[in-house]
Ligand binder design. Structure first.
Ligand code: HEM
Length: 148
């Protein structure tokens, strides 16, 4: 379960469910020379923050171990990792959401090994939408660990 938690964390880094997190500036702000008036609609691009090469080593690679012995959690205190947003409007469902995802995947892996139909690599391209989805629907063959 320890490693599975790292896998979920890394999956939410590379494929954050909410790619663009909407917000509104409360006061006049200056971000790296960009003047942002009060009450401006801003979209935080979590996808690109999570792949920023200035913040992450090998940003486009799937490396769950990067979260091993690493204090970054889901709460959004560290602005380079914001799959649940941050601050007062951050997601109130972090604990429930992660528990459901971890439990579901743990069950699928406990009972089955999984293969692609022709042994091909997974196509991890993303589709478009308000929340992220797969460009190509996932098709897998379950192989029971317990069949005779
Ligand atoms: C893996 C699962 C989930 C992910 C990745 C996720 C992600 C997010 C993100 C990115 C936001 C925007 C945060 C911000 O504006 O800073 C958000 C907001 C919110 N989420 Fe989640 N969420 C998940 C599960 C849940 C669950 C299980 C619930 C409720 C049971 C929930 C309820 C909410 C609500 C009510 C908001 C709006 C909060 C506000 O605007 O004050 N989420 N979520």
């Amino acid at each position: 379960m320890g490693y599975l938690k790292l896998v979920v964390k890394e999956s939410l880094r590379l494929h954050p469910t909410a790619v663009l997190i909407p917000g509104q500036s409360t006061t006049i702000t200056n971000v790296k020379g960009y003047y942002i008036p009060a009450k401006t609609r801003v979209l935080i691009n979590a996808w690109s923050v999570h792949r920023d090469p200035k913040q992450w080593e090998k940003p486009n690679e799937f490396i769950p171990e990067r979260f091993l012995n690493n204090p970054i959690d889901y709460k959004g205190q560290d602005f380079k990792y914001i799959p649940f947003g941050s601050g007062r409007r951050g997601c109130p469902g972090i604990t429930f959401g992660t528990a459901v995802v971890e439990l579901a995947i743990a069950n699928l892996l406990y009972w089955f090994d999984w293969k692609t139909p022709g042994g091909e690599d997974l196509d991890m391209r993303e589709g478009h939408g308000i929340t992220v989805n797969r460009a190509v629907p996932l098709e897998l063959v379950p192989i029971s660990h317990f069949s005779a």
